[in-house]
Design a binder for this molecule. Structure first.
Ligand SMILES: Cc1cc2nc3c(=O)[nH]c(=O)nc-3n(C[C@H](O)[C@H](O)[C@H](O)COP(=O)(O)OP(=O)(O)OC[C@H]3O[C@@H](n4cnc5c(N)ncnc54)[C@H](O)[C@@H]3O)c2cc1C
Length: 483
């Protein structure tokens, strides 16, 4: 068997998180003046590494970030801001940019760091492929394969494989999604189908499933499409979700002076029933002592940061009961990720009506002409168009499912997250960064620490440029690329 280069790595998934690992890697190599001559990277993504992934790559100009600029480049707080100014945007670091602006920034940044890493000696191979793995005869060696052609991309030990494959597919309403002739829009980002449906029936009755961030992307799309198609009279938008209220408005002006504070009431005593837990959490938000001058967003973020470890300290049945109470955990998440005012305003123009239910495919009947009868709490609602805004799975990507089936990934039954040991998947030992480890609120900032640690582990293996390369032909001085 040929020997494995200990500096060869495969990165599977080039959405926001995979790009962040690469950016941190280039940043550290540059700062520490490291020789990357033997570093060989395989960057694998069917949509191209650096495409922006689900949040920044598949959207269009209607869709806005719910994070401000300074939160979108965690490796350098002002880099996205400066890039925006260079592109002709205004000089406001607290601006909510379009999602596609961040997608373009990530594309630019990814191309830049690939060039930088190449200029300091690294070999970088980009593969437009959907990767999977096959076990080999050797316990810890895996063939990384292109799952369409079954061709082997490379063979590596688990500690040289980095999984950043993000969210798994949204499969909840598969029964309806593949019929081009019905009124089912499987994602808020399928605006072309939505536009065609509205052209056909401008006064369509629309039902939106889900009331989290994606609802506001749908609202912005509907507002733009109504304007473009000259639709002035619309039927009220029905929103079906386990929550009866909209998300909060993000007021960045009050956030700038806030500090992170540990939840005060959550950790007091060991509550024995759900009501007690509920009142403790409410006290964080509703009393002066709990609030300590913080915005709802800050309290939500602070509580969410600690609730995962807190849940493990209480009796399992209480922890499970709490997690099932969508109104409790959900309202913490919703407070932690409020949205820009203009997205709320867009929703308001659609006269939203909320129906509280967790809808399943079996609650929906498709009529022969492609419309729908929806059964909600003993009521029947008719819809011409259904928009699916229910999001994606965190631990159900193709590879994660494969790892679970092979007994190579352990899922935390309580939190529904994959268990890690030093940023490696417990069982398989692949590095992982992204939504599968994350309970509650996620975003670029929340995945940054794992992305940075993986880059740190890789750069620890590189030598400083003063150390002569074994291969004089490849030896290049480290030349920092111009930013
Ligand atoms: C609707 C929505 C809005 C959001 N808004 C924000 C926001 O405003 N601000 C914020 O900070 N965060 C936001 N987030 C969270 C955001 O998704 C994360 O910040 C981050 O972008 C997640 O990136 P990721 O790379 O981990 O996952 P993904 O974006 O899912 O990217 C995974 C990548 O892996 C690739 N891939 C998957 N399987 C394979 C495979 N087998 N082989 C090769 N490649 C594979 C995919 O093609 C994709 O490019 C939002 C999330 C959603 C869903």
């Amino acid at each position: 068997m040929t020997s494995i280069n200990p500096l060869e790595f495969a990165f599977i998934g080039g959405g926001g998180t995979g790009e962040m690992v690469l950016i941190y890697l280039a940043q550290k190599a540059k700062q520490q003046k490291l020789n990357a001559n033997s570093l060989k990277l395989h960057l694998i993504d069917p949509n191209g590494f650096g495409s922006g992934g689900v949040a920044y790559g598949q959207c269009d100009t209607d869709h806005y970030l719910n994070s401000v600029r300074s939160e979108m480049s965690p490796w350098d707080e002002y880099e996205f801001h400066h890039w925006c100014i260079e592109q002709g945007h205004n000089d406001n670091v607290y601006e909510f940019n379009q999602r596609s602006d961040n997608g373009l920034f990530l594309q630019f940044k990814c191309a830049q760091v690939i060039q930088e890493l190449r200029s300091c000696g690294a070999e970088i191979n980009e593969h437009h492929a959907k990767a999977d793995y096959r076990k080999t005869g050797n316990n810890n060696l895996y063939n990384i394969i292109d799952s369409d052609t079954q061709n082997i991309i490379t063979t590596l030990p688990s500690e040289q494989i980095c999984l950043t494959d993000g969210y798994g597919p949204n499969t909840r309403f598969n029964d309806f999604k593949n019929n081009p002739n019905n009124g089912f829009v499987d994602s808020p980002y399928h605006t072309e189908k939505l536009e065609n449906l509205l052209l056909e029936k401008p006064d369509a009755k629309i039902v939106h499933i889900g009331s989290n961030a994606a609802l506001y992307d749908s609202a912005n799309s509907l507002k733009r499409l109504n304007n473009r198609l000259g639709i002035t009279q619309t039927k009220p938008l029905t929103i079906v979700s386990p929550f009866s209220q909209a998300m909060g408005v993000r007021d960045v002006s009050v956030e700038q002076v806030e500090k992170t504070l540990s939840p005060l009431f959550l950790k007091q005593g060991n509550p024995n029933n759900l009501d007690e837990l509920h009142s403790k959490l409410l006290a964080e938000f509703k009393t002066d002592e709990g609030r300590r001058g913080r915005s709802d967003r800050r309290i939500g973020l602070d509580s969410m940061k600690e609730i995962g470890s807190y849940l493990k300290t209480i009796q399992p049945e209480h922890a499970h009961a709490l997690l099932k109470e969508t109104q409790i955990v959900g309202s913490i998440c919703r407070n932690a990720t409020p949205l820009p005012q203009f997205s709320h305003d867009a929703l308001k123009t659609l006269s939203p009506e909320y129906k509280v239910a967790r809808l399943c495919a079996s609650d929906i009947d498709e009529t022969p002409d492609g419309h729908f009868d929806i059964h909600i709490n003993n009521q029947r609602i008719q819809a011409d168009i259904i928009i699916n805004g229910t999001g994606y799975g965190r631990t159900n990507s193709q590879i994660m499912t494969h790892l679970q089936n092979d007994g190579l990934a352990e899922i935390d039954g309580l939190l529904g997250t994959v268990t890690l040991e030093n940023d490696k998947i417990k069982g398989a030992g692949f590095y992982y960064a992204g939504p599968a480890t994350h309970f509650g609120v996620d975003g670029m900032e929340s995945f940054a620490a794992a992305a940075e640690n993986i880059a740190h582990q890789i750069t620890k293996l590189l030598q400083p440029i003063e150390v002569p390369s074994l291969d004089p032909a490849k030896q290049t001085a480290f030349i920092p690329a111009q930013l």
